[in-house]
Write a protein that binds this ligand. Structure first.
Ligand code: NAG
Length: 459
């Protein structure tokens, strides 16, 4: 990674000193695509089958130093790492986060800082929620008004903003330099007011709707029976696919309350093939399981609040439908809103955040098992975990990070570590040691009373 100040030496013969990163293609199949073997003797060797493994090994090494070697000037070195060998690989292939840059725009440089945060914890996907009722945030050349006009507002009355194609490319490259793949989300058929406010043809009555920057959900819908809608989506998805080297495009699909159930299925069944046509794998919020045509490799992201289908309410029904789809082979990304949503308040006293799903303290974010969460679903059906953060209540990068730390690390660990090592007492002890990284790195965090934090490193 850039900024690494230790000497990197070529891996010829034994390593006398310094750090060697070695790619031994298929030499150690137990490590898989993302694992690594680290040997610390006089020097340090990190070996892996692919770049992803090397990134993960470097992330571990940075943690082993016990403090941030790039920003923590209180310890100029030399630095010590205990000797030994680590063989390490993830439980789940997908470990992600989501930033909502629609409700409130976050400038490119702030997205890069969040990518740094994710890389530190071996997270390998960042979903960008680029479109919603309150603003469209990515330049689409064929439909320029989306950003010329549709990006100029946001929740709270701020100026909004958008990413040019060059900005987006820079975000993707910066992410790739840290082992992270960007997943663009184009939400629909609901959460679409920004697009409908600038292009009248997306509405059934052919009239543009007024722009909105309030935080209600579920009122907007593309005109599902009009071919203009699919011509628009074909153009948008073609451009997004061309800009996105990663394999996935997220089509949203959540909370289409203004769309009838039949229309909703029509929409999903029309949009999925467009994504496939442009050689991308679709991901959708779990509502897309309402389509009868859903099948692998299309992925469903579960944001329900229970994995137990036996109850009678809506939540149990959502779980039942997700479980049925998973059993039919649809891969699942787990983002239970009452466990992994980084926009839920920690406690009633938390200044930012919503609380519709739960108050989520750090122990609640950690104490669940992705492998057994959906009742009756085999762990093999679970692609991984993700921690979304919607931004109705986030006014700055400081807010974004304060709500993410420490909970983001809980999702990261659930995605990486084997179930057998799950242990709240151990987690909370290890977590306390990370305060120093955050404080010297300028990352605000919630000092949960459930953790015995050390005295502040930076008073
Ligand atoms: C839901 C909506 C989202 C909103 C968020 C707030 C999903 C998938 N959809 O109402 O638009 O911002 O929760 O936590 O979460």
């Amino acid at each position: 990674p850039t900024g690494f100040r230790l000497p990197v030496v070529p891996a010829q013969g034994s390593i006398a000193s310094g750090i060697a990163l070695t790619l031994n293609k298929n030499a150690d199949s137990a490590l898989g695509e993302q694992g690594y073997r680290m040997t610390v003797g006089k020097g340090i060797t990190i070996a892996a089958n692919g770049a992803a493994g090397l990134f993960n090994g470097v992330a571990t090494l940075r943690q082993l130093f016990g403090h941030e070697i790039e920003t923590d000037t209180r310890e100029p070195g030399p630095w010590k790492v205990a000797g030994g060998t680590i063989v390490d690989y993830p439980r789940f292939a997908y470990r992600g986060a989501m930033l909502d840059v629609s409700r409130r725009f976050r400038p490119k440089t702030e997205v890069l800082r969040y990518l740094d945060d994710l890389a530190r914890y071996k997270m390998n996907y960042l979903q960008l929620h680029l479109t919603d009722d309150q603003g469209w945030r990515l330049r689409i050349d064929k439909w320029p008004l989306l950003t010329d006009i549709g990006s100029k507002y946001e929740v709270g009355g701020g100026p909004g903003g958008y990413y040019t194609k060059a900005d987006y490319a820079e975000i993707i490259a910066y992410a790739a330099g840290r082992g992270i793949t960007i997943i663009p989300e184009i939400d629909g058929p609901g959460h679409t007011n920004a697009a409908q406010s600038v292009y009248p043809e997306l509405n059934c009555d052919g009239k543009a709707v007024p722009a909105r920057n309030d935080i209600s959900v579920g009122y907007s819908s593309f005109c599902v029976h009009s071919e203009a809608t699919y011509a628009f989506l074909d153009d948008v998805i073609a451009e997004v696919a061309a800009m996105t080297p990663g394999p996935y495009i997220h089509i949203g699909g959540d909370e289409a309350r203004a769309t009838t159930p039949q229309d909703y299925r029509t929409y999903v069944d029309r949009v999925l093939p467009i994504v496939t046509k442009y050689h991308k794998i679709p991901i959708g919020w779990h509502e897309i399981t309402k389509s009868d045509k859903l099948s692998a490799p299309t992925i469903a992201q579960y944001w329900g609040t229970t994995g137990d289908p036996s109850g009678t309410g809506d939540a149990a029904q959502e779980a039942a439908r997700m479980i049925e789809a998973a059993k039919k082979g649809v891969p699942v990304i787990l983002s239970p809103a009452n466990r992994s949503y980084l926009d839920m308040k920690y406690t009633p006293q938390t200044k930012r955040g919503l609380m519709w799903a739960a108050y989520i303290e750090i122990d609640a974010a950690y104490d669940w098992d992705p492998g057994t969460y959906l009742k009756g679903v085999d762990e093999k059906a679970i692609l991984g975990v993700a921690a979304p953060q919607f931004s109705e209540s986030m006014t700055s990068l400081t807010d974004v990070r304060y709500m993410a730390f420490p909970r983001l690390t809980a999702t990261a660990e659930l995605g990486w570590s084997p179930a057998a090592t799950h242990d709240w007492e151990g987690f909370k002890r290890r977590l306390a040691e990370h305060a120093r990284f955050w404080e010297t790195g300028g990352i605000p965090y919630y000092r949960s009373p459930k953790v015995d934090w050390p005295a502040r490193a930076v008073p």
